[in-house]
Design a protein around this ligand. Sequence first.
Ligand SMILES: Cc1cc2nc3c(=O)[nH]c(=O)nc-3n(C[C@H](O)[C@H](O)[C@H](O)COP(=O)(O)OP(=O)(O)OC[C@H]3O[C@@H](n4cnc5c(N)ncnc54)[C@H](O)[C@@H]3O)c2cc1C
Length: 498
Amino acid sequence: MNVFPKQREQSLAALVESPLDLLVVGGGIVGSGIVRDAAMRGLRAALVEQYDFAFGTSSRSSRLLHGGLRYLAQGRIGLVHEASLEKKTIHHIAPHLAEPLPFLFPAYRENKEWLLWKLKIGVKIYDLLCGGKNLGKSSWLNPAETLQQASTLKSEGLTGAVRYFDGFTNDARLVMDTLRSAARHHGILLNYCRFRNATQNELWECELSDAIAGANFSVRARTIVNATGPWSDGLPHSRIKLRLAKGVHLVVNRSRISSADTVVMTEGKRILFAIPWGERTILGTTDTDYNGPLDKIFADNSDIRYILEITNRFFPRANLSERDVISSWAGVRPLIADPHGSPSDISRSHEIHSPEKNWWDVAGGKLTTYRLMAEQTVERIVEALKRDGLKRDLAPCRTAVEPLLPPDETAGVSGVVPPEWTRDAVKHFCENEWAAHLDDVMVRRTGWHYYWADAGARAAQVAAWMGEFLEWPEPQRAAEIERYRTVTQANAASNEDG
Ligand SMILES: Cc1cc2nc3c(=O)[nH]c(=O)nc-3n(C[C@H](O)[C@H](O)[C@H](O)COP(=O)(O)OP(=O)(O)OC[C@H]3O[C@@H](n4cnc5c(N)ncnc54)[C@H](O)[C@@H]3O)c2cc1C
């Protein structure tokens, strides 16, 4: 038995009350951006997510708001320019989730792929592509200055470094705060609710299943958007073809890698990052084709070895081994299918298609460009609704100028590092952020699971707090701890075949 928090009851009632202008399927960053935009314009918009909000790729990224220096090296100027402007827009609408992040990109004599003179030109172009003003000004460092920034960096063959800026975010929090913003504009939001199918009569008749109540129900909607990321080619009516590329991140203690800046580590044309995250460092990522199950994606031993090996090459004194890994996460990039080339070479641009009347598939893209993807999608939906006779006056798109949330609604609960581990924070997540299971709080609302080496012990206390607020009887509290263990063990599990 689960006590339905008021928020959920209200969403369920609102969903079936009268036809929706828009049903968004998928509660990752793309779906969240779309429902926020649509609700802000005055559409009756709802979003359903089969698991928890941000369950998919949007809680498993590198957490960078970036144009992508790597894409610049591939000559994808348009993509870099577009994403660079968006990174600044997110900094404007959600400064608490877009901290300026300095990057140190060291160059070595033996590394012909990334020569210092090319990097120097690259970072200047990178700044220019941000409309002339990046989140910080790029600069060049000689070898001694480089080692001052990162004292344990490999010094042999070092010819210097460039320093440039991108944004550091918290992907799952960006989803939550975008959804909270949507809710303030009367967006209807439901997690643990799966879209099963839809048939088009005058309106779309959509079949949904509520995993918490264990019940099926239907809603009517004028338009539907498929924003299901890696799942999007399997949804009924979808015409998307994806190529999935898996990426893994590891978390280690920051004391093992002494650098004030994020350090760029290269392997051939690929680049990996060591990103300072409070008292920890995030290391990643990998980029390999993936064909396994989408709800159980593991960091396998070879992924872990690969990342540690490259990190140890750049920070020989760190001497990291599997035992130093506090936590890990793995996700898949929903790239638009291109059977040729390595996953790293496939474009990160997005596409919006309407394979059937009043149905849109949105695919590809990046966390950084989510707001723009949403704006372009909702623009098309509004056109279609008007063609079908919608007479209401709608507001123009305001997502680039209106802050996600007022600062007092994010203080203490949302930022790039986890919030304090308190009963009050947990109460907030249960009452205001749709948390229904222990892992919703430990993994996505807070990131405590990834941050604390003793996360398992802390989880028992969080379960006790959640039990109070959600009125869990004792067996349910125990079941939630078991569920959390299963989910998070899966994250850390070794799966050579996965
Ligand atoms: C390793 C890695 C690193 C990355 N790093 C960065 C980065 O640093 N910066 C950046 O800008 N981008 C980055 N990205 C890309 C970015 O994370 C993704 O582009 C983005 O998160 C995709 O969001 P999405 O909403 O499309 O998909 P998702 O977040 O996967 O959301 C789709 C949702 O749809 C739900 N769903 C599926 N089927 C149904 C159904 N039938 N009914 C209801 N719901 C359903 C799923 O449960 C899921 O939650 C990275 C990606 C990876 C994998």
